[in-house]
Ligand binder design. Sequence first.
Ligand code: GTP
Ligand code: MG
Length: 256
Amino acid sequence: MAKSKFEYVRLFETEDRCLPNSWIVVRVDGKGFHKFSTEHDYEKPNDMRALSLMNKAAASVMEEFKDICLAYGQSDEYSFVFRKETQVYSRRSAKLSTNVCSLFTSAFVYYWSEHFPSSKPLYPPVFDGRTVLYPSNQNIRDYLSWRQADCHINNLYNTTFWALILKAGLTPGEAEQKLKGTLSGDKNEILFSQFSINYNKEPEMLRKGTILVRRKVPVALPDGSGTREKSQVIQLHTDVIGDEFWNENNHLLTIS
Ligand code: GTP
Ligand code: MG
């Protein structure tokens, strides 16, 4: 069939294939979640319902995109790491970020009522998405370490900030003033001496965030004759900054 005279406009589309042989990370982040969390009565400083909804939405993304080998989430953000050699969508950056971001957002709304049974979202939540490439194993480890360190710093600050307000009756301004210039040791000390909170005993999900990986688990065969191995997305809340996680999950960094 003859092409229309309008066909040339396709030439305006630019090539956005990600460099071969590099880790592809798609990170999604809630837009204006400071306001969204307040308007939906998220518990302070952490709302387990909201965090488990984020984890559920992220697991949905991993179920759909089998080339995601690991995901890491905290607060209103999730990072998805694609296998270095993935050919999904011919590694086209916008295809990857928009599909991941769109599925994450729709899953967040789809599963909302399972986590917040008594309320509906007051307005449609929005997540932004970006694709970032990391060429070396050290780079991808450092990326994940950066996000986990961010989780630790923010959670220690928020835990202390909200204890000062909710338990000691300070105003937000007073709490901010009290924490100005403090180091993590100081915040640990405030939590322990004023509120008998041992920060290291706070739930790991809050201190370390959530890591999603695939594990082979045995499932029973329907005829009862035994089991077969099935790959499942599981949640971990462990440290990814040190070597232990990477030694135990060596396969993640080796090309399969
Ligand atoms: P943009 O991402 O730039 O649009 O801004 P944002 O308002 O989403 O802020 P940002 O992504 O930097 O930080 C996420 C915000 O979400 C936090 O500052 C909190 O206000 C809020 N938030 C995330 N998780 C929780 C939670 O479990 N409880 C509460 N109370 N707030 C949360
Ligand atoms: Mg945000």
